[in-house]
Design a protein around this ligand. Structure first.
Ligand code: TRP
Length: 325
């Protein structure tokens, strides 16, 4: 089970860091992937863009290979049981603990005049999302680890007080290390908010991709055979490893090692391979976005699957708590 915030415009880092994992998981597990639209109200009370954002995030994930027939792909707000479980879990959540959450403190700093209770109990709602399906594996990045810790705490409190119903959920990842996709300016990784010119979005047009890749930071090339690559050159090779063929990579590695590399040629090749990688995805995103009826069908199917699973859990929960009169 995992949740995806509907903040729009996925980039290459999201693809290799998260979505590729989801797409692999759908073959191996019973998966629930949810658009966290309720969570978005904690920071974005203005809902004018909500529908478009939800559509986009669904389209992007489907375009990347998530199959609504294999997984439950749904919106959090369509599964009403979420709100009920959230309420019960709130009684097991201590405000003192929640106030110490790193993400909460960050958001308080960012918007001191909107410190709503929903923001404080963000991890409780996220726990409800997970426990609703009694999920064990949650594919998320490091930034969500503390939230998962809360989910395990509530599982243990619930199980001790009312009976064993929930398994403990843990972060899940196929590769030991999460794939980090370096940004094109030689610093840090690709990100939605940092430098948009250094981040490749799945919806970028070919000429935008070209412009961004050709501006990637390089230098005059090595002058000593087999020297260690500077970080920003390592990054360009790193990007190539994600999208280019093995023999292409070997060629440029060799050129680097014997000091004949021409970064202009390398970036042209990388541009070509990036365009070939991104443009079919972009095409699919746009086709899906143009088909509102299809998206509605996806959400309905997803909500039905998720609700069926949630109903079973909630039956157990109500009985365990003692609402059985
Ligand atoms: N908090 C997650 C994020 O910011 C999104 C999320 C909501 C989530 N509910 C979830 C992730 C349940 C995993 C499981 O990315």
């Amino acid at each position: 089970m995992s949740g995806i915030r509907p903040t729009g415009f996925l980039h290459l880092g999201n693809y290799f860091g998260a979505i590729r994992n989801y797409v692999k998981m759908q073959e191996d597990f019973d998966c629930y992937f949810m658009v966290a639209d309720l969570h978005s109200l904690t920071t974005h009370p203005d809902t004018k863009e909500l529908k478009a954002n939800v559509h986009r995030v669904l389209a992007e994930n489907i375009a990347c290979g998530l199959d609504p027939d294999k997984v439950a792909l749904y919106c959090q707000s369509h599964v009403y049981e979420t709100a009920e479980l959230y309420l019960y879990l709130n009684m097991l959540a201590y405000t003192g603990e929640l106030e110490k959450t790193v993400t909460f403190k960050e958001k308080v700093r960012q918007s001191p005049d909107n410190v709503n209770a929903g923001l404080l109990t963000y991890p409780v709602l996220m726990s409800a999302d997970i426990l609703l399906h009694r999920a064990k594996y949650v594919p998320v990045g490091k930034d969500q680890e503390q939230h998962l810790e809360f989910a395990r705490t509530y599982v243990n409190r619930f199980n001790h007080r009312y009976g064993e119903i929930f398994p403990e959920p843990y972060a899940f990842n196929y590769n030991q290390e999460l794939v980090k996709v370096p940004s094109l300016d030689g610093s840090g990784k690709m990100s939605k908010s940092e430098n948009q010119m250094a981040t490749l979005f799945l919806s970028d047009e070919d000429d935008v991709i070209r412009k961004k890749v050709m501006k990637a930071k390089t230098d005059g090339g090595p002058t000593v055979m087999n020297s260690v690559k500077p970080g920003y050159i390592e990054n360009v090779f790193g990007l190539m490893k994600l999208v280019s063929a093995e023999d292409v990579i070997v060629k440029f590695e060799n050129d680097y090692n014997n000091c004949t590399i021409r970064y202009g040629d390398m970036k042209k090749q990388l541009t070509e391979d990036m365009v070939n990688f991104i443009s079919p995805i972009r095409g699919r995103i746009n086709n899906i976005l143009n088909d509102e009826a299809y998206l509605k069908g996806v959400m309905e199917k997803g909500a039905a699957k998720a609700t069926a699973s949630a109903k079973i859990t909630m039956q157990l929960v109500r009985e365990a708590i003692g609402f059985n009169y």
